[in-house]
Design a protein around this ligand. Structure first.
Ligand code: NAP
Length: 248
């Protein structure tokens, strides 16, 4: 193991929050810099030096890695944050840096689910039947891709206000996802939800809506993950940390 390995952690997920501590357990001399896009105003404290905001594309990220003398790049961003993951692969090539990706295993359809899988947000928006009351669980920037569907009575839930105005007749809930499927079932019943639109984010934190849809026999429009360039990928934060420690 090399002393003082310097790691740039592209953060933004729950799993990324675990990494600084885990890395320090495996490598007491490790230095971690966490990086956030800055999409939400309240960022978690990962207990390590932190920077916020874009780098200016892959070249900007490569320049940053050179100037900070980064030894290792860890991409622990959201599976739908495709641009930064592509940039990370490109920058790693430019600087000849090792790159590991931490990503949640995608959800799989199970007995009782009624999924209609689509390739992207636009396909999800077009397949919703006119007059339906979908619950649309996408990000505050992504919701604009659904806003031409003023024929829907959609319910939208997000932590911070969307970046666009929503059609009249849509309902906006400013809150975090419910923790249990029981709560999600109650939420869907209260709003008379007919369809659930979800990205296949994976993980437990936002699975309650999928379990609730199953319990209520609601169809789910499941948006598949974007394709990413190949990288060494881990689903388990500890396994990723062990692999970095071993590679040093
Ligand atoms: P994106 O489209 O991959 O990223 C857009 C740009 O934001 C990147 O090109 C980069 O700018 C900057 N960026 C993203 N993550 C960064 C990080 N960790 N550190 C520094 N800069 C970063 O991703 P997005 O716009 O953030 O999100 C797209 C989707 O992912 C949405 O569905 C969103 O809800 C979901 N999501 C993302 C995150 C995340 O950590 N990014 C977390 C939760 C959910 P430059 O090119 O200028 O470097």
């Amino acid at each position: 193991m090399r002393e003082g390995l310097k790691i740039l952690l592209l953060a933004g997920t729950q799993e990324a929050r675990l990494l600084p501590n885990l890395l320090q357990k495996h490598m007491p001399d490790v230095q971690v810099i966490a990086s956030f896009a800055g999409a939400v105003s309240q960022l978690p404290d990962l207990g390590v030096p932190t920077r916020v905001g874009g780098f200016g594309g892959p070249e900007g990220l490569a320049d940053y890695c050179r100037s900070e003398e980064i030894d290792f790049l860890v991409d622990a961003t959201h599976p739908f944050a495709a641009q930064i993951s592509r940039n990370a692969c490109h920058a790693a090539r430019l600087v000849a840096l090792p790159l590991f990706r931490l990503t949640r295993a995608p959800w799989a359809e199970t007995d009782g689910d009624g999924w209609h899988r689509v390739g992207d947000l636009d396909a999800a928006a077009s397949c919703l039947p006119a007059g339906s009351k979908p619950f649309i669980a996408v990000g505050r920037k992504e919701i604009k891709r659904f806003c031409h569907r003023s024929d829907l009575e959609a319910v939208v839930r997000m932590i911070e206000r969307p970046t666009c105005s929503l059609p009249a007749g849509w309902s906006l809930q400013l809150s975090r996802p419910s923790k249990t499927s029981r709560e999600e079932e109650a939420f869907f019943r209260t709003h008379g939800i007919t369809h659930v639109v979800s990205k296949n984010s994976g993980g437990e934190a936002s699975y309650a809506k999928i379990a609730a849809a199953r319990a209520l026999s609601l169809p789910v429009i499941m948006i598949d993950r974007p394709d990413l360039p190949q990288a060494i990928e881990f689903h388990d934060p500890s396994a990723l940390c062990e692999a970095i420690a071993e590679s040093g």
